[in-house]
Design a protein around this ligand. Structure first.
Ligand code: GKR
Ligand code: MG
Length: 434
């Protein structure tokens, strides 16, 4: 089986006005649907970040991939890893996501490009051998994968009909949002995207969530580095009870050194709340230092920018050996990404928390897989009893996504610009803000 064509579908999907320390989500998130056609008649698919940068990365491997055997992925990985290493050497500061929204970091673009090709190749291989992807990559250790309720503070929709969650800018509306999400999807763990309101209000929000849902629902908060070390220690102290029982503090402040200082000071007070990261730890090279400094106890994997599904499995092994936990990061995405996340999570022995997913924030109108939205049962997605990723593209829906993409003016994610446009003309991302 040889790849005969790489087809890229740039699409735009509606996204609600979600807030984070990066700013505000624009009305559309950009994604790319990747198809690999082969001479066997089979087509493999994947989904990745969208806009000009990710498309250019994929275009750059078009020639390399055309004519390639989808089973032969190591050579492509070697070439892209070498290109990434060269660029990294000439850029001090490495691949940290501190100042860049995910999907817009030039230094992880080779890893993202490889991942998009790898996942489509694994879909192809699964289809060729008649096995689900999780079984192609070594076998599943679970049949369903649990996800968490990913809560955001948000505005009401600025123009057009209101979404199902409305405005969420205080603790009570956040509890309401969580109730809606849990009743619809059955999630059993809760993550709050913080770094948006004054930390005292975010503390009250977590307390209100704990009062409402109780300790059976572990809580995590992720301000994406919006806090200073001092504030992180204070929030960690005030939320010690709420973040215990399977919760964590995610990227409270910038840099591994900052997180190490927070960890030291909390431990000195007898507070063992673990810290997780998808900002200070974004590639294998970050892991030894994170461990050495004891800055991060839980690594947030993501097949999209960790260099694919098998890299996430290696990460599962590495974190297991190092006695670290593993969870999974997400960004606005549709069902193809959800299935890639589910397959790899099913095949990771060391996966210690429910994975993140933005899926509840997207709608049926934008879904590109045949049959529409992927169902969740008790907060989990089941591995389908079908070869490959187990989902097919609905080409009418892909065409709608492409039309939307062609209509909108932007070609990259810029939450800061959106924040200035809709909320505060003088808004700037300042770290630390508090
Ligand atoms: O969607 O605004 C967002 C999130 O802030 C996302 O971009 C982050 O990458 O989910 C993310 C995280 O855990 O940091
Ligand atoms: Mg995070």
């Amino acid at each position: 089986m040889l790849i005969t064509d790489l087809v890229l579908h740039p699409i735009a999907i509606s996204d609600p006005p979600l807030r984070s320390s990066y700013g505000l989500h624009a009305p559309f998130a950009l994604r790319t649907i990747v198809e690999l056609k082969t001479d066997s008649g089979l087509t493999g698919i994947s989904e990745t970040y969208g806009g000009d940068g990710p498309l250019a990365g994929l275009e750059a491997v078009r020639q390399r991939v055309t004519g390639m055997d989808p089973f032969q992925l190591a050579g492509l990985s070697r070439d892209l890893t070498a290109a990434a290493a060269q660029e990294m050497d000439s850029t001090p500061g490495g691949r940290t996501q501190t100042y860049l929204v995910p999907g817009e970091n030039p230094l992880d673009r080779h890893a993202r490009t490889f991942a998009a090709i790898e996942i489509a190749c694994l879909d192809l291989i699964g289809k060729a051998v008649g096995k689900p992807v999780c079984d192609v990559i070594g076998g599943r250790v679970r049949d369903q994968v649990s996800f968490s309720a990913y809560l955001f503070y948000k505005h009401g929709v600025f123009s057009g009909p209101e979404d199902e969650y409305g405005e969420v800018l205080d603790p009570q509306s956040c509890v309401r949002e969580c109730r809606q999400m849990i009743s619809q999807y059955g999630f059993r763990e809760i993550k709050l995207k913080g770094g948006v309101l004054d930390p005292d209000v975010e503390i009250l929000t977590l307390r209100a969530l704990r009062d409402t849902f109780g300790p059976a629902y572990p809580l995590r908060i992720d301000p994406n580095c919006a806090w200073s070390v001092e504030t992180s220690v204070r929030v960690g102290r005030e939320l010690q009870a709420e973040l215990s029982d399977g919760g964590y503090l995610e990227d409270p402040c910038a840099t591994l050194e900052g997180m190490a200082e927070v960890r030291r000071r909390l431990l000195a007070e007898g507070n063992h709340t673990p810290q997780a990261s998808n900002v200070a730890v974004t590639c294998f090279a970050d892991v030894p230092r994170a461990k050495e400094l004891d800055a991060v106890q839980i690594v947030l994997s993501d097949p999209h920018y960790w260099g694919g599904m098998r890299n996430v499995q290696y990460l599962s092994h590495l974190t297991g050996v190092l006695g670290m936990g593993l969870s999974m990061h997400s960004n606005s995405h549709l069902g193809v990404s959800l299935m890639a996340m589910t397959h790899v999570a099913a095949a990771c022995p060391n996966l210690t928390y429910a994975c993140d997913t933005h899926y509840p924030w997207q709608t049926a109108e934008d879904e590109v897989v045949v049959g529409g939205r992927i169902p969740f049962v008790d907060g989990a997605v089941q591995i389908p009893d079908r070869p490959g990723l187990g989902v097919d593209l609905d080409y009418d829906q892909v065409a709608r996504g492409r039309e939307r993409y062609a209509r909108i003016p932007y070609r990259r994610r810029d939450d800061e610009a959106e924040m200035r446009k809709r909320v505060d003309p003088n808004w700037k991302r300042v770290l630390p803000r508090w």
